[in-house]
Write a protein that binds this ligand. Structure first.
Ligand code: WT7
Length: 641
């Protein structure tokens, strides 16, 4: 991706910005380097604790405990503590609906009241400390309310992205054995309506752990309600008590489980705990996104992904900020929707994603014209590598050259930002996430797992534990150890490639495992493959992500048929539906190629490199001599014609 630009430009923090930045002293890097535990301890002290810790870090690789013995509650930090500090009447969540100008605002006091009530609803349904609750909702305020209610009573939430299919929801519910599912009748998005309860009912056919379902009303159409199991949110909330004390949670109690794709078919239940997670999320929100009391901060991610958890809900609320929650899409009702929203609400910080920026770039600057974006002072991006051209476009046209751009690298597993500029201090280079956050230590290793000195290219490694690191894979500690720690012992193997330049700046080049990144959505090749082989006419399938100008990667599926079905348009439709049903519409292949054979090594391993090369139309496919049958390559090329 870096190849498109030869001249590397750099950008100093704009003076005006630097003067007001939350962090303006570069000695923080040295200070954190000298004593990283001490650095994080100071950040932890910025939270509200019922009881302080006895020990900052207990590191017994691959098991980490942070702020051992400390007691706190995340919802208390995001709500009561903010009210105590005089923010009761300040807007906490500014919700904008799919229709421009429609929406709702909740002050910190109002949000606290709603959360307490819903916490009592959950208690009334038998949810106690430690009982996972599944949440499957559109982007409505009830979603963060449900999460905060879980946090308040110490029930880990497991939010499932609202576009996932019923089958995906079922698997995630069954993995964490949730007793309660919180959902909604549906929700409008981009002028269309999605029906969450209908999908949930599909899942609920086979989720023995679920006793109760709470349904928030958004669409208002009739939905089937199962007697004794399904309840309307508003009915239960109307009867619930107003007061609900925040549970004193141990620093290492689970805050949430969030399923994420890995290189096998089964998604991983990434576990995040309480004290360390909130410490790093709160600090990075202040330091990298520069959130302050008077900001109108907008993270445009869906709460169903980790970005929404950390930087739409917990980061901004624990800092007492006003966080914008937007239900719709960037293109409805017109291509200027985001600019319209920024102008109307006076958004000051806009945290977006490369795929969205590239889509804007394609439309040219016309949708921006006529909108006053002068309220903006900082821009952010996350989710995939940003190509320098998109970075520059964002900087020049949205930020008008005055707003620092923070490219933030992190993962579901890291819980919070790991590599990113400190916008008042760090000189930025388009395409580079720049330097690790203070107190975070990363390196680049070669294929033999030796650290590379100075500038170079290799595998990204995190060399010390960090507060918001995942603690395990839910109920599967062995998979946790194997996936992230087996290779390097006490160092975290990221599964991303990276390049480091002479200034020590990092540019992330993308995944090195079998995980695709499609429009910032993480999808495992094996998940799509197992969806495809679920179709009766498919004998075998191999899926790869090919480079795509808009989406970052596009899904290409190579399919071997069995039986007497022809690989025609009709079958392509059926296969697309198959993927939609078993994962969700975001995982549908861009291209399906029927082939008589797949390129395999003599040991039977599919050479994805070759498949990628064919899909990208590369002339030179590299060394194919290790293929069991090198003639397969010609068949593949012919099949793609
Ligand atoms: C993968 C993690 C972090 C929240 C959203 C995605 C890629 C993420 C960047 C970035 C280059 C990035 C990596 C990473 N990624 N941010 N700024 N530059 N690549 O979370 O679904 O867990 O995906 O997204 O490949 O490993 P996720």
């Amino acid at each position: 991706m870096m190849a498109e630009e030869t001249e590397i430009r750099t950008y100093e923090p704009p003076e005006e910005f630097a003067r007001q930045a939350n962090v303006d002293d570069a000695s923080v890097y040295d200070e954190a380097e000298k004593d990283y535990e001490g650095f994080w301890e100071k950040r932890a002290k910025e939270l509200h604790w019922f009881k302080e810790w006895d020990q900052v870090l207990n590191w017994d690789p691959p098991e980490a405990e942070w702020f051992v013995g400390g007691k706190l509650n995340v919802a208390y930090n995001c709500l009561d503590y903010q009210v105590e500090q005089g923010r009761g009447d300040k807007t906490a969540i500014l919700w904008e609906s799919d229709e421009p100008g429609e929406g709702k605002a909740y002050t910190y006091s109002e949000l606290t009241a709603e959360v307490k009530k819903f916490a009592n609803v959950l208690k009334g349904l038998g949810v106690g400390k430690g009982d996972p609750v599944a949440i499957y909702m559109p982007m409505i305020p009830e979603l963060p309310i449900a999460m905060l209610a879980c946090a308040r009573i110490g029930a880990p939430h497991s939010v499932v992205f609202g576009a996932f299919s019923g089958d995906s929801l079922r698997d995630r519910i069954n993995d964490c054995e949730a007793k309660v599912l919180v959902t909604a009748d549906g929700g409008p998005r981009g002028g269309k309506t999605a029906y969450h309860k209908k999908n949930a009912d599909e899942a609920l056919k086979d989720t023995p752990s679920i006793d109760s379902v709470v349904v928030a009303k958004r669409v208002g159409e009739d939905v089937p309600m199962t007697e004794g199991r399904d309840h309307w949110w508003e009915d239960l909330a109307a009867e619930a008590e107003d007061e609900c004390p925040a549970e004193e949670m141990d620093s290492e109690d689970i805050l949430f489980i969030l399923y994420s794709s890995g290189s096998t078919g089964k998604p991983k239940g990434i576990v995040h705990t309480t004290g360390g997670y909130l410490t790093q999320v709160k600090a990075t929100t202040r330091w990298v996104l520069d959130v302050k009391d008077d900001d109108v901060y907008w993270c445009q991610a869906d709460i169903g992904w980790v970005t929404g958890h950390s930087y739409l809900v917990y980061g901004p609320l624990s800092n007492g900020a006003t966080t914008v929650q937007f239900e719709g899409t960037p293109s409805y009702p017109g291509p200027d929707r985001h600019w319209d929203l920024i102008e109307r609400h006076g958004v000051t910080i806009y945290y977006s994603a490369p795929t969205v920026i590239r889509a804007f770039m394609k439309q040219g600057t016309e949708p921006l014209e006529g909108h006053d974006l002068s309220s903006l002072r900082l821009l952010g991006t996350v989710g995939e590598p940003i190509n320098p051209r998109a970075w520059e476009w964002f900087h020049n046209n949205v930020g008008k050259g005055n707003c620092p751009v923070v490219d933030t690298w992190w993962q579901t597993e890291t819980g919070a930002i790991m590599i990113a500029p400190l916008p008042g201090l760090t000189k930025t280079k388009p395409g580079s996430a720049t330097r690790p956050f203070p107190g975070i230590s990363v390196d680049i290793y070669d294929e033999e797992d030796n650290p590379i000195e100075g500038a170079g290219k290799g595998n990204l490694v995190i060399t010390r534990p960090w507060p918001s690191m995942l603690r395990t894979i839910y109920k599967d500690p062995e998979r946790y150890r194997k996936t992230y720690w087996e290779r390097l012992g006490d160092k975290y193997f990221v599964e991303d490639g990276a390049e480091r330049d002479e200034d020590g700046y990092y540019t992330i080049t993308g995944r090195i495992d079998d995980v695709m990144n499609v429009s910032g959505h993480r999808i495992g090749t094996m998940e799509v493959e197992s969806a495809l082989v679920g179709h009766e006419s498919v004998a075998e399938a191999a899926v790869i992500g090919r480079n795509d100008e808009d989406k970052g990667q596009a899904i290409v599926a190579y399919v071997i048929l069995e039986g007497d079905r022809e690989g025609d348009e009709e079958l392509i439709k059926e296969l697309n539906n198959q993927v939609r049903k078993s994962i969700g519409p975001h995982a549908r292949p861009e291209e399906i190629i029927f082939t008589p054979d797949l390129p395999k090594t003599r040991s039977g391993k599919i050479m994805r490199r070759v498949l990628r090369g064919v899909a990208e139309g590369q002339e030179d496919l590299g060394d194919t001599s290790t293929l069991a049958d090198p003639s397969v390559v010609d068949d593949l090329k012919a099949a793609r014609q």
